[in-house]
Write a protein that binds this ligand. Sequence first.
Ligand code: HXC
Length: 267
Amino acid sequence: MESPFRADILKGKVALLTGGGSGIGYEISYQLGKHGASVAIMGRRKHVLDSAVSTLRSHGIPAIGIEGDVRNRDDAVRAVESTIQQFGRLDILVNAAAGNFLVPAEDLSPNAFRTVIDIDSVGTFTMCHAALKYLKKGGQGKDSSSGGMIINISATLHYTASWYQIHVSAAKAAVDSITRSLALEWGTDYDIRVNGIAPGPIADTTGASKLAPEEILSKVKEAPLFKFGEKWDIAMAALYLASDAGKYVNGTTLVVDGGEWLSKPRN
Ligand code: HXC
């Protein structure tokens, strides 16, 4: 689907995306790139990164891949430094790396719980922390009205309670809290905007295929818009937040789910 945004809204900007090689993270990388940004994508799987980078480049998008795990502080710092080395600045950090699996709380080991918290929540904070020094400087080009910015990919699981997702629900609740705290502190001190996006059920993603597709489908049937979203929908929300269109938006987590989380089965 064609973008409703002008192709140069992110011209000259540099973005670093964790989990940027596949799924929602890749689509955001692609759309940021199509709208003028240079993109660095970080992930654990080299072959996924290589393939994503070559596709991005084939679309004329300046792109690099950085192998690393957001749970590792050294990897986080290296990803940021490599981005600066390659592109000279950092304006946009997107935290899209996540871990997930369905398991009843009774059968979930504390280590498995911690693993998802480590990836989603601690990983998000680690990346934000590592990027801060450059985000302070980012976005201060003469054409920009705002400082650097961060987008944290969240979920809607924790707005209510979700079966077999205690670990992810807790992790994403922490992500939303991190979004608000950093929006307050870094918005005040450094003019950095920090926002989140909470996708609903999105077709053609690891999340959708891992998380009992038939259960998701039955929920979607009761949702106001009655359909799965597309990765494109999430990328458009990211463009809105990352561009000057979102220059007064700070500390919010934008729900992009067609109203799915509001819905309950009809009696
Ligand atoms: C129960 C499991 C499990 C499973 C792993 N564990 N998979 N427990 N059911 N299916 C347990 C292990 O037994 C171990 O605990 C602990 O978790 C760590 O497992 P490892 O395999 O060592 O971890 P690791 O190799 O680091 O893998 C991380 C992962 C993996 C999260 C487990 O699935 C992963 O990296 N996934 C990334 C891709 C992904 O899931 N993307 C989808 C995101 S979708 P013990 O006690 O045995 O040591 C998403 C959407 C959310 O986030 C919202 C949806 C609506």
